[in-house]
Design a protein around this ligand. Structure first.
Ligand code: PGA
Length: 245
């Protein structure tokens, strides 16, 4: 089975024209493309095979009040978005998103039947204390982010994807070792199992995945795919990653 590859464009590219060009180059089966909000509509019209993701969503429903600048789960649904990234470390860090906020967003996304790509991962200050500390950190994130979820709302339809992204590996060119990523991903899967409703969780790796190191991750049976940032903005590089898949 082909693995899930997610292209997280972050705050790129600059123009709609470039976004359309990039989307065309990445329109392959098994690919999920996450452009900035402003390009969702344009990209959605060009995709034949890839699926569309948003990089974030509002923590509230539109009917709950005025929320300048926010985009709701319902709006995403209407724009043909099927997936949404929640809890990316850049949002946790720069937008001060707490696990409580992330938990609220996950619930709203699932209510609209969007697939959630939940990002978890430890910062370097934790990893340098060892793998045990990292596992504890990630376990805690999962516990808080998934708190109180109604199993029936997502599990049966496998609407939850976890992306293990060690913060220190994101955008740094310093990817985790595939062996260590496997250990953490196995841990995450084991951790989700006791929540009896999660039958077969998909867990991806993210953090400085490039053409050169992608095989090391994608060939591991425990790793269900990759979340790719920087390299997804370079069509040739990204295509090489897809060819491995
Ligand atoms: P990167 O980003 O591939 O540029 O490290 C990954 C991510 O932020 O999801």
């Amino acid at each position: 089975m082909k693995k899930i590859i997610i292209a997280n464009w972050k705050m790129n590219p600059l123009t709609e024209r470039s976004a359309i060009r990039l989307a065309r180059a990445e329109d392959f089966r098994g690919v999920v493309i996450a452009p900035p909000f402003v390009f969702l509509e344009a990209v959605s019209h060009r995709l034949k095979k890839a699926k569309l993701a948003a990089q974030d969503l509002a923590r509230e429903e539109e009917r709950r009040g005025p929320y300048t600048g926010e985009v709701s789960a319902k709006m995403l649904k209407d724009a043909d978005v099927r997936y949404v990234i929640v809890g990316h470390s850049e949002r946790r860090r720069f937008s001060k998103e707490t696990d409580t906020i992330i938990n609220e967003k996950i619930k709203l996304a699932l209510k609209e039947k969007l697939k959630v790509i939940l990002c978890v991962g430890e910062p370097w200050s934790v990893r340098k204390r060892g793998f045990g500390a990292s596992k504890k950190f990630v376990k805690n994130q999962l516990r808080k982010d998934l708190k109180g979820l109604n199993p029936k709302s997502y599990i049966l339809n496998s609407r939850l994807i976890i992306a293990y992204e060690p913060v220190w590996a994101i955008g740094t060119g310093r990817a985790d070792k595939p062996r260590d990523a496997v250990e953490m991903i196995k841990f995450i899967k084991k951790n989700l199992k006791p929540r009896s409703y999660i039958l077969n969780p998909k867990v991806l790796y993210g953090g400085s995945v490039i053409a050169k190191n992608a095989k090391g991750f994608l060939e591991k049976k425990e790793i269900d795919g990759a979340l790719v940032g920087g390299a997804s903005l370079k069509p040739k590089e990204f295509k090489r990653i897809l060819n491995i898949n």
